[in-house]
Design a protein around this ligand. Structure first.
Ligand code: ADP
Ligand code: MG
Ligand code: ZN
Length: 479
């Protein structure tokens, strides 16, 4: 029997507001433990929450960017459970009436494209953090840091539309890209600003109803998510093939052993005794507010890719790489403004620039080569001043010294040799120095042409114009 996997993701994204969702405390990361707290986020009796409007703005922006329908009326609910990092004994979240539902996210897997449904987006507060690593005065105690309590999150819940670990990763990358484009989340997975629960089940190919799922909690790296899902699919298939049943449970991925382990049996919604929070009024959103947020949206990745293909006539693949972040796309467009060579600019950015930045762990905003410098260098190639081979040298020099390409070419004497007389002289010398190869070439060993080109280029230290070299050389070798 053949099986297919069914995957649905719940993504938590921390919103980039300055203050928390229900109080005025700072959301700044890295402050002293419990510095960012007040009566509200400490859960002291009688303190009342007040909704931060910015959180609603940001949630709406993400909802619109994922083609969700925004609810004119939504409510906050209490999700009750006991944990030491949750001082109120409940988390304020949205349950029955979330702010947005029925959205879509489009993913591109290279070989095929697919649309993943977004079930819902809701707003909620984060919990605090327990510190177990003996940093406090008593190494044997655990400590509670409530700086993160009440920090705003949105949870984006997908339909169970994904079938492979690669689709899940592509979906999560797209969600992250859109959040960062919008400026509503920094997308920093190491610091936990973006985390993901993966729900996974399997079923025989052709079966419509869903199998029993397991849920993998709080994963925060693309690589581990992919591995964890792959492991879990294999595990479930093995369970079913051994005649047993998959049980509904929460599991955790152990990245050192590359396996998933059972954490606890799954809680059901009724275990949380959800009920509307009596301290918060229902949230009403009118059309004017929705339109205000719609006009605040930037150009989104899908639209940008389509425009780049249309406007610059570059391949879709190039457009996707260049649109991976807003700043990279801006860098590209700024360069193309200086020189009308969209594909050449794309090649240099996707190849040399991104490789250097990756090596040096730099962002495009920190690139030592400005768009103007890159454009000027490409101009030197197109007007014949330097060969594209020499351009690699100029590029490296530009990257390390930040000097203008013209200056580098002058200082290093890299101007291309187009003087046919000078090239002919070099060719004569090369031919005279290699009589054996000449004889072989003339007796039919055509492949040796490349050898002669290489020798001439070497003699010119890469500066001879390759086209002129080819033309003269072909003539001379004929004899
Ligand atoms: P919770 O996990 O909080 O109970 P939901 O019931 O809304 O929440 O489901 C959460 C996620 O699980 C959704 O992304 C949904 O698509 C996915 N999901 C639900 N059932 C299955 C299943 N049988 N297999 C895989 N994913 C599933
Ligand atoms: Mg869940
Ligand atoms: Zn507070």
């Amino acid at each position: 029997m053949e099986f297919e996997a069914v995957i649905g993701l719940e993504v938590h994204a921390q919103l980039l507001t300055n203050t928390k969702i229900f109080c005025n405390c700072s959301t700044k990361f890295g402050n002293a433990p419990n510095e960012n707290t007040c009566t509200v986020c400490l859960g002291l009796p009688g303190a009342l929450p007040v909704l931060n409007k910015k959180v609603v703005d940001y949630a709406m922006m993400m909802a619109l960017a994922t083609e969700c329908k925004i609810a004119p009326y939504s409510i906050f609910a209490r999700k009750n459970y006991f944990y030491p990092d949750l001082p109120k004994g409940y988390q304020i979240s949205q349950f029955e009436l979330p702010i947005a539902e029925h959205g879509k996210v489009h993913i591109d897997l290279g070989d095929y494209k697919k649309t993943i449904g977004v079930t819902r987006i809701h707003m909620e507060e984060d919990a605090g953090k327990l510190v177990h690593d003996g940093v406090g005065s008593d190494p044997n105690s655990s400590y509670v840091d409530l700086n993160r309590a009440c920090v705003p999150l949105i949870e984006i819940v997908s339909e169970p539309d994904m079938r492979t670990a690669q689709e899940a990763v592509a979906y999560l990358k797209k969600i992250r890209q859109v959040l960062v484009y919008l400026g509503v989340c920094d997308g920093n997975m190491d610091q936990g600003s973006l985390r993901c629960d993966a729900n996974i089940s399997i079923r025989p190919v052709g079966q419509v109803e869903l199998g029993t799922r397991s849920e993998m909690k709080n994963m925060n790296s693309f690589k581990f998510i992919e591995k964890a899902i792959e492991y879990e699919i294999k595990r479930q298939i093995h369970v079913v093939k051994s005649g047993e049943e998959v049980v509904q449970e929460t599991r955790q991925y152990d990245s050192h052993k590359d396996i998933t382990l059972s954490l606890r049996s799954k809680e059901h919604a009724h275990d949380y005794r959800y009920f509307p929070d009596p301290d918060l009024v229902p949230l009403r959103i009118d059309d004017a507010w929705i339109e205000e947020m719609r006009s605040a949206l930037c150009e989104l990745p899908d639209a940008k890719v389509a425009r780049f293909v249309e406007q610059y006539k570059i391949p879709e693949y190039d457009a996707e790489v260049l649109s991976s972040s807003r700043s990279l796309a801006d860098y590209y467009e700024e360069t193309v403004k200086h020189i009308d060579a969209p594909k050449a600019v794309s090649n240099w950015i996707m190849g040399d620039i991104l490789r250097e930045l990756k090596n040096d762990k730099l962002d495009i905003n920190e690139c030592p080569i400005t768009p103007k410098m890159l454009a000027d260098m490409i101009k030197l190639i197109t007007d014949g001043t330097i060969s594209s081979k020499i351009a690699k040298t100029v590029f490296e020099e530009m990257y390390t010294t930040k000097k203008a390409p013209k200056v580098i070419v002058e200082e290093k004497g890299l101007v291309q040799v187009t003087d046919t007389g000078a090239i002919e002289k070099m060719i004569n010398e090369v031919i005279a120095a290699n009589p054996g190869q000449l004889e072989q070439y003339r007796s039919g060993k055509d492949r040796l042409f490349g050898f002669f080109v290489g020798q001439v280029m070497k003699a010119s230290r890469g500066k001879a114009n390759p086209k002129i070299v080819n033309d003269i050389l072909r003539d001379k070798l004929k004899g």
